[in-house]
Design a protein around this ligand. Structure first.
Ligand code: UDP
Ligand code: MG
Length: 341
């Protein structure tokens, strides 16, 4: 059986080295979606996994060709690029994103879809009893506060990927060509009626987190630089303040020099002030570099990701003869199509 021509719901799932957890995911995801009672499709995007994930996904596509599509990247481009590729291939009126590690319970998809049907075009989520390490919970709490202060993106819990997006929002995201982005925030900027609901959260079912501390920092810089110029503006304000303060210090030292004569006391205080200023300077240059690096990546305009193959049984277009036996026309395999920004 081939895919439904007009699914109501598309579920996009990025997959990177998740071989140990995929069977458990399938066992809960498909029953939860079948229970919706509406045509749906699942779009898995394999983000260049080096384990057996791609083979497991391909086998699942053969198992449930009526509702499964698999986009295979030819390398690792990151979770958000994988979601963007899923958006490009998704055909549903409502697109739901989900992590592959079962931290987002698939049973919640029905609640998200029901909320969307109330007339919203973006349903964000807040994790009830978040099951992550103390460090992760507190680091993301701090980032949530910072993002709330310096961007116009309003969401309670930015880190949860279990979200639903309306067709118009997804179409607009598909027109964007950002080389680095944070999908929930990008989509939020285009939503006309966003809302949030609480969802359950579980511990990772199998495997380990794909985010090292370094990758997490990079991701948060993507969020900050992609949606706010406040850090750059703060740099110029703090520059003005520091310049004024050091001007005053200079005048004070000059006056002291002529009133009290030459002296060396206080030289370590001056060192301390200098090093502090150097720190501010280096941080500012680094911050500038974060923006410039992203501008550089953007202007080079290289493909954001390369799709090796799409495994899918597309329905035959109207008018095409489909033999009564065997599989219909298209077990389509788009080879080496590249998505240019
Ligand atoms: N992921 C991905 N590419 C990456 C890193 C992660 O597609 O480079 C996927 C991963 O397979 C999972 C989701 O993104 O489905 C979230 O990753 P993870 O659970 O490791 O993140 P955490 O829950 O620790 O934030
Ligand atoms: Mg996870």
């Amino acid at each position: 059986m081939s895919l439904h021509p007009h699914p109501a719901v598309s579920v996009v799932i990025p997959v990177y080295n998740e071989e140990s957890g995929l069977a458990a995911l399938f066992a809960r995801l498909y029953p939860a979606l079948d229970a919706l009672g509406e045509p749906y499709e699942v779009v898995f995007v394999n983000d260049g996994s080096r384990d057996r994930s791609a083979a497991i996904l391909a086998a699942q596509q053969r198992e449930r060709p009526d509702v499964t599509r698999v986009v295979l990247f030819n390398g690792n481009y990151g979770q958000h690029m994988a979601i963007l590729a899923g958006f490009e291939h998704a055909r549903g009126d409502i697109v739901v994103t989900l992590d592959a590690d079962l931290q987002n319970p698939p049973e919640e998809i029905g609640n998200l879809v029901a909320k969307m049907r109330e007339g919203y075009d973006y349903v964000g989520t807040i994790r009830r009893m978040r099951q992550d390490s103390w460090f992760r919970r507190n680091a993301s709490r701090a980032m949530n506060v910072l993002r709330e202060k310096i961007t116009s993106v309003r969401m309670t819990d930015q880190g949860c990927m279990l979200r639903a997006y309306g067709r118009d929002v997804v179409d607009t995201v598909n027109r964007c060509t950002e080389a680095n982005t944070f999908v929930p925030a990008l989509a939020y900027t285009f939503a006309l009626r966003p809302t949030e609901i609480e969802v359950a959260h579980e511990e990772r079912a199998a495997g380990e987190s794909k985010y090292s501390l370094f990758k997490l920092i990079r991701l948060n810089f993507d969020l900050v630089t992609g949606f706010s110029l406040v850090p750059l503006q703060l740099m110029s304000y703090s520059g003005i303040l520091l310049a004024l303060a050091s001007g005053a210090l200079f005048v004070y030292l000059m006056v002291q020099r002529f009133v009290e004569g030459a002296q060396v006391q206080g030289v370590f205080t001056l060192f301390a002030i200098t090093f502090c200023l150097l720190g501010v300077l280096l941080f500012s240059i680094g911050l500038l570099g974060e923006y410039i690096g992203r501008i550089y990546e953007q202007v080079r305009g290289r493909p954001r990701y390369l799709v090796q193959t799409v495994l899918q049984d597309l329905p035959a277009p109207p008018g095409v003869f489909v033999p009564p036996t065997g599989r219909p026309a298209a077990h389509s395999v788009e080879t080496a199509s590249s998505e240019t920004p």
